[in-house]
Design a protein around this ligand. Structure first.
Ligand code: ADP
Ligand code: MG
Length: 648
């Protein structure tokens, strides 16, 4: 009995042509996909010499009959598709019928397999594409394929392979991807000396992530709530006569894990995107993920993301690239937006609201909190930094608030038995120190590294400023240090974005118009974005050739910042950024306005102002990062203090 067929030439010609065997990892990929397509629940991979000397894959899948075991090595022989139409509805990982013949052509291959319909198994031996031996063997069930001496007949190609450890690394990465995508199956990968991966079946992706990547990585990730949406196409979104969307609107499911905003990676290597459990590279989805983190992560750094998309096979074309790692979606922009919105939603909604005690009303943005609230907050003696370090806070501020600002100058706090490792506190944010892996960014080994907190409590009591730039605050959790500029930027960003959306931007008329000369490219950009500038509170008029007069600007902006801001916006929206969407443009303008309007560093702040800022920051969507993605807050936990002082 045979289920494999040779594809008719007309169908074979429609298949994306190209080399599939580039390196040991590509052999593992093809064989692993075959095992999964054969319904295996357990796959064991062995690699020796980085896979150059030996790759063996044993599975407990359905196996092959004697006839199929031979047919499988013919070109375009596959059990997975029959006709050209099937190419548009592929539900298996493989479909090209090319992997086994291609691998057998460049190695010494031994296949052992048995199908349930036959009593004995079949052993096929091929070397350099030539059939060497076929015989009956006793074989339990499933399939084993051994690939030795890859590229032995093309020594020139063999030379191009990298070191054993590099090739093994590629194999390990690959096995990890498949293990992540198939939590209900077990996978084992070992080399001669090491067991690299060994995972038993688990109930869900979260448990599989824990098995494969460990608890520390899982800690850094947020789980996206699964989302299901019907594709809204122009036809399906138009209500039928009954007012219902068209019945057959395809259903798309998305779920996954994404990193918390404080996790920053230097490249996209930690972004995994699976379509129907196939790992794919897709620029559209990368864009969607980047968009979701806009104004949460700085430009040029990337999150960790594992996104799983389930989609009807007819909605995605996998016949785009021979290695099947690229796909084309029928409704690409719908999927793009769905992925972006699901991630964004997760980032915003998992802000742990519960930790923001609602004992007092959140201050309206832009308004100072009630003086009585400030007084209440200050009435409690701060748990830290009292005594000689700080003057005790006055019991109640006068109606005008504090005029005196506190300084934590080094002179007043010295001598200190141990320096707080402030330098190391910043290490997690210095991009060069962040390893390109799932592992936690290294904090400089010290007794008490300052942490980047994940939540901002509302009961922080500001004590003063360091260098008139960083607010020092305390609560029962410990010591908090807030970058006043970054924090205010975040507050203004949220406020401006909201007002912009409500079309209620506040405008200030300038006493004297500011005349700005534009470079040619700025002039071009100005014409393109003039409406958006107006919507953001700018009143700008042409004033001769390539010169404009700014007559009004967004409120809150110091007059001397107006010109700089305008130029920054024009440069940031230059036509080279053709891909800049209106949303991105708005985000950038808002970020620029907040940056220029925000209080600066080296600026003394009154107590009430500090109090207001911390409260207002706590009320924003992403209090922990500024719109450019830099951290706003550092925490030095009580436990860390105790450790630093060797009390525990
Ligand atoms: P494709 O996977 O594109 O069909 P391959 O050359 O990888 O092409 O495999 C050819 C055929 O051999 C498959 O269609 C399948 O029927 C059979 N086959 C390959 N590997 C296995 C396996 N591990 N278990 C059962 N059948 C297999
Ligand atoms: Mg295959």
């Amino acid at each position: 009995m045979s289920i494999i067929r040779i594809l008719p030439e007309a169908v074979a010609n429609k298949i994306a042509a190209g080399e599939v065997v580039e390196r040991p990892a590509s052999v593992v990929k093809e064989l692993l996909e075959n095992s999964l397509d054969a319904g295996a629940a357990r796959v064991e991979i062995t690699a020796e010499g980085g896979g150059k000397r030996l790759i063996r894959i044993v599975d407990d899948g359905q196996g092959m009959t004697h006839d199929d075991a031979l047919l499988a090595f013919e070109r375009h022989a596959t059990s997975k598709i029959r006709s050209g139409d099937d190419l548009f509805e592929i539900s298996t990982l493989g479909f090209r019928g090319e992997a086994l013949p291609s691998i057998a052509a460049v190695s010494r291959l031994v296949l052992e397999t048995r199908h349930a319909s036959e009593n004995s198994g079949t052993r096929v031996e091929i070397a350099g594409g030539k059939l060497r031996d076929v015989k009956e063997v006793a074989w339990p069930h499933g399939t084993s394929i051994e690939v030795r001496d890859l590229f032995y007949i093309t020594p020139a190609r063999r030379k191009f392979l990298k070191s054993e450890s590099t090739e093994l690394g590629h194999i390990a990465t690959l096995a990890t991807h498949y293990a992540l995508a198939h939590p209900e199956k077990s996978f084992r990968l070992s080399s001669l000396t090491n067991e690299i991966l060994n995972v038993s079946p688990v109930a869900n992706h979260r448990e599989r992530l824990y098995q494969v990547l460990g608890g520390q990585t899982l800690e850094q990730l947020l789980e996206m709530a699964p989302v299901e949406r019907c594709v809204l196409t122009p036809t399906s979104s138009e209500p039928s006569e009954a007012g219902e969307p068209a019945e057959e609107a395809p259903l798309i499911r998305v779920k996954g894990f994404i990193s918390r905003p404080e996790i920053q990676k230097l490249n996209r290597n930690n972004i995994y995107f699976f379509v129907n459990r196939r790992l794919v590279r897709d620029r559209l989805i990368l864009h969607a993920i980047t968009e979701a983190y806009r104004n949460i992560l700085p430009a040029g750094v990337f999150p960790v993301a594992l996104v799983f998309l389930e989609i009807p096979p007819s909605e995605v074309d996998v016949n785009v690239h021979p290695s099947k790692t690229e796909v084309r979606f029928r409704h690409g922009s719908f999927i793009h937006d769905l992925v972006r919105d699901s991630i964004r939603q997760t980032l915003l909604s998992t802000r742990p609201v519960a930790s923001f005690p609602i004992s007092r009303p959140e201050p309206a943005p832009g308004l100072a909190v009630d003086a009585a609230d400030v007084a209440d907050a200050l009435a409690e003696e701060p748990p830290l930094m009292r005594g000689p370090i700080m003057p005790p806070p006055p019991a109640r501020p006068s109606a005008g608030g504090f005029t005196r600002d506190f300084h934590l100058s080094p002179a007043r706090t010295e001598p200190r038995p141990q320096r707080l490792p402030l330098d190391s506190a910043l290490a997690p944010y210095a991009p060069v120190t962040i390893p390109n892996s799932f592992s936690e960014p290294p904090t400089t080994a010290g007794d008490a590294p300052i942490q980047s907190p994940r939540e901002l409590p509302l009961d922080l009591q500001p004590l003063g400023q360091v260098q008139e730039s960083f607010i020092v605050a305390v609560n029962s959790d410990g010591l908090w240090i807030v970058d006043q500029h970054a924090a205010h930027e975040r507050v203004l960003f949220d406020r401006h974005a909201r007002l912009r959306q409500e079309k209620k931007i506040e405008v200030q008329r300038l006493l004297m118009p500011i005349i700005v000369q534009l470079k040619p490219e700025q002039q071009v950009t100005y014409q393109v974005i003039a409406d958006e500038l107006a919507a953001n509170g700018f009143e700008v008029e042409p004033f001769g050739q390539r010169t404009v007069a700014i007559k009004a600007a967004p409120a809150d902006l110091p007059a001397d910042e107006v010109e700089k801001l305008m130029v920054e916006i024009l440069d940031g929206a230059s036509p080279e950024n053709a891909a800049l969407s209106l949303d991105e443009l708005r985000g950038r303008i808002t970020a620029s306005i907040s940056c220029h309007a925000a209080i600066k560093v080296n600026m003394p702040l009154e107590q009430t102002k500090m109090d207001w800022l911390l409260q207002a920051l706590g009320g924003t969507d992403c209090p922990m990062t500024c719109p450019h993605g830099r951290p706003t807050v550092l925490r030095y936990g009580t436990k860390d203090l105790m450790k630093a002082f060797k009390r525990i």
